[in-house]
Design a binder for this molecule. Structure first.
Ligand SMILES: [Mg+2]
Length: 288
């Protein structure tokens, strides 16, 4: 069996920012939250991921905007985000599997989400549980007495994101990591790794995706960027940070139907990787 992995960032890649939606629906002004509240922490030297996570925790508790929020509460809220996915995603995921199967029944396509957002907002959305093999994101710990979220348990920063690519590459599952937090360091010969990097296709939109773009691309995989063409800032960043630095193959609006640019390219990418993997397999058998 040959494995191909499509790895997606979540916020602004698969749907608009989920944390922004969480705070907005709990009466917090997103502009103020990101613009001044989180910025205060950044100015005090906090890492961006820790800045927003700590700020969010300050909003949890009785009488606060998020109320006595639990992880189960976050997962429940996450389910309400289901209508927000950008167009064509569910159909595309189904078709990508079919495209690989048409090349050979021995080729398996898997989907992953690696996000700097909140894992619990993402993990229980029906489309995610149906199609994705694993979700990696930031997580909160709950107070032992009240169950209210009160500490940062897992923080996924830009470089931390590559760690999860290595876990996917080596075939180390989240449950194996629960047993051994250092499992990713296991020495597994390249030839025996479950998902070769050249069989990875990474899709992301933000600065936190740059190390993943670089890693996947350098190792022979494919990286596609997403930007919002209706925002001048997003277009400028796409040009300066991603395109002119050669970090991605190309950048597109996050639309996944067959006739959308990104939707069409991802279908072509899976077809190309599947055919290459199939040919390599045939050649290896011939040599044996
Ligand atoms: Mg993003």
């Amino acid at each position: 069996m040959k494995n191909i992995a499509l790895i997606f960032d979540f916020d602004d890649t698969l749907m608009p920012d989920s944390t922004t939606e969480l705070i907005r629906q709990h009466g917090v002004d997103p502009e103020e939250f990101w613009g001044s509240t989180v910025k205060d922490y950044l100015l005090n030297g906090y890492e961006p991921a820790l800045a927003y996570l700590n700020r969010l925790l300050e909003y949890a508790g009785k009488g606060k905007p998020l109320g006595p929020m639990t992880n189960a509460g976050l997962r429940e809220f996450g389910k309400s985000l289901a209508p927000n996915f950008y167009s064509g995603l569910s159909t595309m995921l189904k078709e990508l599997r079919e495209i690989a199967q048409a090349v050979s029944s021995d080729i398996n396509v898997e989907f992953y989400i690696v996000s700097g957002g909140l894992q619990d907002l993402i993990s229980d959305i029906p489309l995610v549980t149906k199609h994705f093999a694993a979700v990696y994101g930031c997580q909160f710990g709950e107070h032992p007495k009240t169950g209210v979220i009160y500490q940062v348990k897992k923080c996924v920063t830009f470089t931390e994101k590559t760690r999860y690519l290595f876990e996917i590459n080596k075939g180390i599952s989240p449950s194996q990591v629960e047993e051994n937090r250092y499992a990713v360091n296991k020495d597994i010969p390249v030839a025996r790794r479950r998902v070769p990097f050249k069989n990875m296709i990474y899709v992301g939109d933000g600065l936190t995706d740059i190390p993943c773009f670089s890693l996947v691309k350098r190792m022979g995989g494919m990286a596609f960027g997403v930007f919002n063409p209706t925002e001048a800032r997003s277009a400028k960043r796409a040009l300066l940070e991603f395109l002119s630095t050669d970090r991605v193959i190309s950048m597109h609006a996050p639309r996944f139907r067959k006739t959308d640019e990104l939707g069409a390219l991802l279908r072509a990418a899976v077809s190309t990787v599947a055919q290459r993997a199939y040919l390599e397999r045939s050649e290896a058998e011939f040599e044996e």
